[in-house]
Design a protein. Structure first.
Length: 391
């Protein structure tokens, strides 16, 4: 199924999207060969089935095996975002995210041996921000895995949903492609930093319970070169992309209502990931954290006390009841950095049936110590358009 929600407006972990679709009907295990275009989602959320394992920090991350799917965990996503520039000056932001939701654990027997039978459901979001024309395009698809419609593997690396895909062509070089209607994106991504493990060697706590966590790593600096096509106009583009991969089963505490996620790429080669988990009543969870990444790939974990995120302005959506933060001052205590962050354009809200969140291209400037810094990034804001129930 493809859905664009009329989102060519003029102006990922992502958790709540995954949780909203975690109760999809077990259509992938039926004997009927229903095409992916007819998969439908019910309006209620079910309980988490037994048989899945939780992220508890007991397993090390290894590559290339952990690039692929982890069917013993309930939820998983591969999150590609980036900022692109054409030689003529046009700026674009993009998102391509593929989500996997486990409907049955690997220990459960499938009801039949049909090629359509499967334990997972996949869905994906593809979005493009055309900054010069203040237009935002966003699309959504669903698919069962079989036969070959969607999936992820580690060696050789590939993650795909129909013809939206990312695959490794040579070591550290990836091909990303997505096309829908009048929008297409074709990029070669070259890894400049390698894999960065967040939290405790990739074990990223999200709550008080040790099992409320994920395994989380990033490729924070992927040099991007390729083409954007809009309405038969083709732009050669270059820039930087970021890849996040997370997998988990139980993530948020009950009092957590959303999160703000930041990925920042400095022109001097450094990078920064932060997330803050918002609680009912306006508090910020002590499990909020981040990682400061030096140009050589070495990392400095950041606990909640190591940074401050202050909202300077808000944007009210014309499409949903949500008001989103739209300007921030971020202070990192060590290294001593103060960053002023703002969106490249305000309206980058993805607005699908029962799924609303803001995911958009941003730019920043500021200082680290006495040295001026600047760069681009991406921010994801969830839970502002209404709290979604947890299973």
């Amino acid at each position: 199924m493809t859905y664009n929600a009329g989102m060519n407006f003029s102006a990922r972990p992502f958790l709540y999207v995954v949780l909203r679709f975690s109760s999809l009907l077990l259509v992938s295990c039926t004997s009927a060969t229903t095409p992916s275009a007819q998969i439908q989602a019910p309006a209620v959320i079910g309980t988490v089935p037994p048989g899945f394992v939780i992220a508890d920090g007991s397993r090390p991350l290894t590559f290339p095996a952990d690039l692929g799917a982890h069917s013993d965990f309930r939820t998983e996503w591969w999150y590609y975002t980036g900022n692109l520039q054409a030689p003529e000056g046009q700026h674009f932001g993009f998102e391509l995210t593929i989500f996997r939701v486990g409907l049955l654990p690997p220990t459960a027997e499938l009801p039949n041996d049909s090629k359509w039978a499967g334990r997972d459901i996949y869905f994906a979001h593809f979005a493009l921000s055309d900054i010069a024309n203040e237009r935002f395009y966003a699309f959504q698809r669903f698919s069962r895995p079989g036969p070959g419609l969607a999936g992820a593997q580690g060696n050789p690396y590939e993650v795909w949903l129909e013809d939206w895909e990312v695959s490794e062509s040579t070591s550290g070089v990836y091909q990303l492609q997505a096309e829908q209607g009048e929008v297409s994106l074709n990029l070669t991504l070259t890894d400049e930093t390698g894999f960065v493990l967040h939290g405790e060697s990739g074990y990223s706590r999200k709550g008080k319970n040790p099992g409320n966590a994920s395994y989380y790593y990033s490729q924070p600096r992927l040099r991007a070169d390729g083409f954007v096509q809009l309405n038969d106009v083709r732009y050669r583009v270059s820039g930087l992309a970021w890849n996040d991969h997370e997998f988990s089963t139980s993530v948020l505490d009950e009092n957590q209502v959303g999160w703000d996620w930041f990925s920042m790429q400095f022109e001097d080669g450094r990078a920064l990931m932060l997330f803050q988990l918002r609680e009912r009543g306006g508090g910020i969870s002590n499990s909020s954290s981040g990682t400061f990444i030096a140009a050589d790939g070495t990392t400095e974990p950041l606990h909640k006390s190591a940074f401050d995120i202050n909202v300077l302005d808000e944007w009210r959506s014309p499409h949903t009841p949500a008001s989103y933060p739209s300007s921030w001052k971020i202070q990192i205590h060590e290294p001593d950095c103060v960053l002023d962050v703002r969106p490249w354009m305000a309206d980058q809200e993805l607005n699908f049936p029962r799924i609303n969140y803001w995911e958009g291209a941003v730019l920043f400037e500021g200082k680290c110590g006495d040295t001026p810094v600047q760069g681009n990034g991406y921010i994801e804001l969830t839970g502002y358009a209404g709290n979604l129930p947890l299973p």
